[in-house]
Design a protein around this ligand. Sequence first.
Ligand code: SAH
Ligand code: SF4
Length: 378
Amino acid sequence: MNVETDKKNLQENPESRVNLLGQSETALKDFFAGLNEKPFRARQILQWIHQRNVDAFDEMTDLSKNLREQLVQVASVQLPKVISEQKSADGTVKWLFESGAGQAVETVFIPEPDRGTLCISSQVGCALDCAFCATGAQGFNRNLNVDEIIGQVTHANRNLPIRPNGKPAVTNVVFMGMGEPLANFRNVLQALELLLSDFAYGLSRRRITVSTSGVVPNIEKLGDQQNVSLAVSLHAPNDELRDRLVPINRMHPISELLAACWRYAAKRANRFITFEYVMLRDVNDSLQHADELAELLAGHPAKVNLIPFNPFQGNEFQRSRTAAIRDFQNRLRERGLVATTRKTRGDDIDAACGQLAGKVRDRVRVRLSEKRRRTTTA
Ligand code: SAH
Ligand code: SF4
């Protein structure tokens, strides 16, 4: 094939070019080494894409003309495609991003006077099947790649108004959308590198939170490698109840999970770990449960964030009564813990915690239905 045909093919099939959107500085240095270019090119590209919002290589004026031409041939910058954008009465914004095969993931922006928090997805669905979660109920299809994870932040910053101080809209990122981030460890780690890089998003570790339902071995690894803020979805103060609500507990019980948490906190000068606790009426919301929870966490660098359960279709749980949530929180405080209750945001557009369902084709179900189709048509 001659060069001209090659060029034509690349233009017609942009997917065959490397997408630079999700490449961290380390990955870009390797990429430029392959083009016989100096490592500092990596930082230039990061700044163009993530800080100056320029995707067209021919507009990247501090790159040599020759390099710009080469990049057009072999690389591209492609953001995930937006299917829809919805705005809630309280200012919350929810986007649905296409993730192939008729599927989609969701991202939510939550504006507050002092910050703008983006809640991002890490997987198409989730395999961990927590009893009260809309994402879990949909099943699991695949991990998002780094472009698809970081692209949620890129899109939000490019489409939301800048803050009064002239800075981009997203000041905080939480991995609390669809999926279990620590089950997509390698890609989440690379996305974290971009969020933390001064040449990309430049966020501090305090402003990035990874939320996990308890993939214990990867809590250890995260502590060794990126050590951002950690939130743990505890939801029950004993193994019997947690086994039912958060099935991964059967593999990594509470004692093992908490031991990993305290080691994680110790690596960060004992910065607090947030324990999320969804308030389910008459399931985990009694004062005895609060006492048991205080017993587990008191004396450790722990904060508790109570999340009033957000209902979704087909789920039988109910939100705890307001008085029960208040009493539970007070009991934790009396026992010396820092405890807050999360304000429900964006529930009029199904953007509240645990309501993110996107569009997921569960892998097992897809395989079964294909098998059935094959046997009935055979
Ligand atoms: N997989 C990760 C992060 C995504 S879920 C995790 O489980 O931590 C983000 C938070 O929303 C978790 O604390 C999760 O338990 C909570 N959540 C899930 N379903 C919910 C619901 N229906 N109502 C309220 N919170 C929910
Ligand atoms: Fe997955 Fe988190 Fe939902 Fe559990 S709560 S099913 S881990 S997304």
